[in-house]
Design a protein around this ligand. Structure first.
Ligand code: SAH
Length: 204
């Protein structure tokens, strides 16, 4: 998976590639889907949600430009796979999910795999998580109609917010970097994520 899906498509950050080599993706996939755990695509994980395509997880992680030592906020825990990749690289991961069942499922897997630097929150992640602000990086793994203002506010100076922004079923990967208190916006590749549902997202 790492060589044929990530390196071959231009993922270069060694920290990102190393994290992918370590995290067992099959653990995050329902048992009846395990045969496809290392395939080049998203997979259903229950509650109508998906574990993202490995390449998309890699691109988004690389765009955060992590050095190690960061405190990162993830919105959209889902299976917990992206949280595990982040936890391999960073000091601390705070991950928010709106479905209790998905958050509990992810916590079970990540506890069992021995991760002790991930905090699980069940709430509307479009409001961020003010208690731990500011964040050295923020990633949203669900499609946003626009950049949620609370996330912009909770981002540290010089840090990156990576998120899909666009229509309900088709978005553009977007990087917002905080420079002198303002967001500099850069557009990356097209993508398809499940909708971000909440106060600063889509209606339910
Ligand atoms: N990062 C995940 C992929 C998650 S799919 C992984 O690695 O598997 C997107 C997730 O975002 C879904 O689980 C969905 O329930 C969640 N989500 C959608 N809107 C949300 C919101 N407002 N707050 C928190 N989570 C949300």
């Amino acid at each position: 998976m790492v060589e044929s899906q990530l390196v071959s498509r231009g993922i270069k950050d060694e920290k990102v590639l190393e994290a992918f080599r370590k995290v067992p993706r099959h653990e995050f996939v329902p048992e009846n889907m395990r045969y496809a755990a290392y395939d080049d695509g998203a997979l259903p994980i229950g509650s109508g949600q998906t574990i993202s395509q490995p390449y998309m997880v890699a691109v988004m992680t690389e765009l955060l430009k992590l050095k190690g030592g960061e405190k990162v906020l993830e919105v959209g825990t889902g299976s917990g796979y992206q949280a595990a990749i982040l936890a391999e690289i960073c000091r601390k991961v705070i991950t928010i999910e709106r479905f209790q069942a998905l958050s509990d499922g992810a916590k079970n897997i990540l506890d069992r795999l021995g991760y002790d630097n991930i905090e699980f929150i069940v709430s509307d992640g479009t409001e961020g998580y003010a208690e731990e602000t500011p964040y050295d990086a923020i990633i949203v793994t669900a499609g946003c109609p626009d950049i949620p203002q609370p996330l912009a506010d909770q981002l540290a100076e010089g840090s990156h917010l990576v998120l899909p922004v666009g229509e309900r079923y088709l978005q553009t990967l977007t990087v917002a970097t905080k420079e002198k208190g303002k967001l500099k916006i850069e557009k990356s590749i097209g993508c398809v994520f499940v909708p971000l549902v909440g106060k600063y997202g889509w209606p339910g």
